[in-house]
Design a protein around this ligand. Sequence first.
Ligand SMILES: [Zn+2]
Length: 446
Amino acid sequence: MQHHNESAGDHASRNASPVTSWSREHWALATLLATLAVFTISIVPGLANATREPVVAHNTFELELPPISIDPTEGDAPGMGEPDWQQVAVAPGQTFGQLFGQLGLSTRDMYRLLEHPGAEQALTRIRAGQQFEFDIPNPGELRAVRFERGDEVVQLALTEEGVEESVTERQVQRRVMMASGEVRSSLFEAGERAGIANSTLFAMANVLENSIDFSRDIRVGDRFHVIYEEIWRDGERLRDGGVVAASFSNRGKDHVALRYVHADGKVEYYDQDGRPVRGSFLRMPIEFSRISSRFNPNRRHPIYGTVRAHQGVDFAAATGTPIRSAGNGRVTFAGWQGGYGRTVIVDHGRGITTLYAHMSRLGNYRVGQRVTQGNVIGYVGATGTATGPHLHYEFRVNGAHRDPLTVTLPKPEPLPANELARFRAQTAPALAQIQLIDGRRLALAE
Ligand SMILES: [Zn+2]
């Protein structure tokens, strides 16, 4: 019964603040998906049977830490009395010391914990949404604190002798699920009916966003299959485990994304040929922005009032928004450049360079350094000649300006041969499963 009480508590605490657990990215994506032409999803019978779970949409693991649910009586010395665990989530910007103050606990106890070997990093480098549990038998009296560290639950008990640490492994199961859909009616309604969390749909759209324009290109008759993981514990679904593989037939063209875990643990998605689905260049080197001025050879300049070609695309965004390198390359300029203000130029080889202007400050990359696609090379600002904070982004091919939003981007290089074999071995089962399901559906349709 103890366990059930605790689960109910977990649900309550997770539902208590659904809004704060949504990042701006979620909202952006939710808006995107809400404008989608309508979808319907039919589940492949027998393959997925998720339970009704309150929908807490999320697509980054950091945002939703699974609630701690080890047996609360476990690990307590006999005669210590019933533990009285209070679960607390870290508020944005809150420090561990403030958490202590909020609970009416003494700083002396906090320092005792911090002095425990290895505890300082876990207790001072905390982030919003992270959960801690405190055993407070009487007001102001701290008996123990526990928190998650990777796949472990660490409990630090304050005893007369000092701080006692105990570590329990969190038992979780990874379940592989599969669902198939066909575009017909509302995505959210159908997703709910099929038992697919919105977060899984978001994750699929995220994976394929470079191949498919989900806001404009979806058509009735589009089909998809997605293999994904869910993390369960004690018969309870904790969170998404990510997309393993997805195929999306959009306007008759098939797009496939296969998850590949590199030897160093890095996770990326590739098509069947081992080419990254993100493409060789990001279309937009910045998130959370809107296009405020397009590439236009005849634009009237907002400050000079004269007709001057707009050689790039402007993305309006808040000062400080990270700017990412659109592709792999080498920094050839990082500093002040007249009306461009603080600027970075990246050379991507094959005659392609990209330019990022008006930065409030530069990232950590200096001239000559290599950057990988997605690395933060600077932050949005309004330096140089700018009417407000925005990123001015230019794409040049052999020195000539091109519209970054429409230029035909070079096909990304596939994985090198030695890694391709490893990739094929790892992704073959998921690919085979998708092909099998797809074939079966086509056969039924005939
Ligand atoms: Zn501009």
